[in-house]
Write a protein that binds this ligand. Sequence first.
Ligand SMILES: [Zn+2]
Ligand SMILES: [Zn+2]
Length: 469
Amino acid sequence: MKLTFHGAARTVTGSQHLLEVNGTRILLDCGLYQGKRDESRERNRHLPFDPSQLDAVILSHAHIDHSGNLPNVTRNGFTGDIICTFATRDLCSAMLRDSGHIQEQDVKYVNKKRSAKGQPPIEPLYTEEDAVKALKYFLSVGYDRPYHVASGVTVTFFDAGHMLGSAIVQLDIEDEASGQARRLVFSGDLGRRKTPILRDPTILDSADLLILESTYGGRKHDPLETAEGGLHDVIDRTYKRGGKVIIPAFAVGRTQTIVYELNRLYHAGMLPDIPVYVDSPLAVNATDIFRLHPDAFDAEAVDYLTRQDPDGDIFGFRRLRYIRQVEQSKELNDLQEPCIIISASGMMEAGRILHHLSHTIEDRRNTILIVGWQAPDTLGKQLIDKREVIRIFGEEYRPQAEVAVLNGFSGHADHGELLEWVSAFRKHPEKIFLVHGEVEAAEALSVSLKEQLRYQKVYIPELHQPFSV
Ligand SMILES: [Zn+2]
Ligand SMILES: [Zn+2]
């Protein structure tokens, strides 16, 4: 049995791990690598395996760094099943199309520059149409339901509590070569307890091999309660100043969490009577998909939905409007009175949020409320770092608005929460492979696994590194 780490190795994005056993090849996740433009294009385009030789893909969840290279794989000869939960399949339907559209737009921009230099045009990694074609290979399986994948391999999904439909992947394998039964657990991305809408990550207590994410190794999040209280306080003080609250948020996941929190504040009479806008076509589509999957909600959200919410819609209340059309989005710029605008992208690198920022950032009455992680060099990080001058669409702006940060809404377990999850295994897995983290994060986690939990075989694989297991 062989495991090869083809992505999210010593970095966060591009999750792809290849399992070879009993003459079959199973790919765990098929994510996009998201780094510098040219490097990403090369890495994503050149697959390190022949897609036509893959038997199946097992998908932990719909985030693009886990699913985003699927249309490239199906376009290049893969004809097997892409196995995931129901919500993951439906979210992929919206997210892969959106990703295809972004690939096309991106190549248009690059080709303009190339043609000015007399260079030949390049093709997009895949198109929106390729993304649609990829959908026919999806096969959905519910949580906790063992499913036969290939000769001697059974998969079971357990709720990972990270995003709607997210799964911890458990593979029970009868290895014909060694005659041994082995259990491989892949954490996928692991969420936090008490995250709104989502169930807590499932505690598993047995594995022979463990592939574990390490995004927040060495770091600690604020408790969720701080974020919930903070949300109310920020809105309240901005309203009293007569300002607007601009919330940059990822369209899938974070936006719905914030909307649910606002919904609860509204019905508790704790939200000022001001309009709330969700301005992102992908967020609108994703919210519709969330509504289709109450089976993936936690008990609290189900109770709220079925017994408490007067509208019977945890993603809707009287002052909330979803905006799809560009014209309506532009009209928001003319609003004079206080309001709340939630828009993407979450790191303020592209999308409609940039227009909202350009109209609000220089007014000290307003607040830019950051509710997600900001990568180095992004506009979001520059705002956190209180840069005196920032650039939006090539124009200079001097930020005057308040910049508030709430990191308690994180979708990932932090260092302590990862360790706590691992300590539930009754017998130590023989080997732990740390993925989905920058080197420092993975190393910090490795040190604690060895020193606190007394693990000996903890590996931080290099890109494309194979292991016999
Ligand atoms: Zn994720
Ligand atoms: Zn991820």
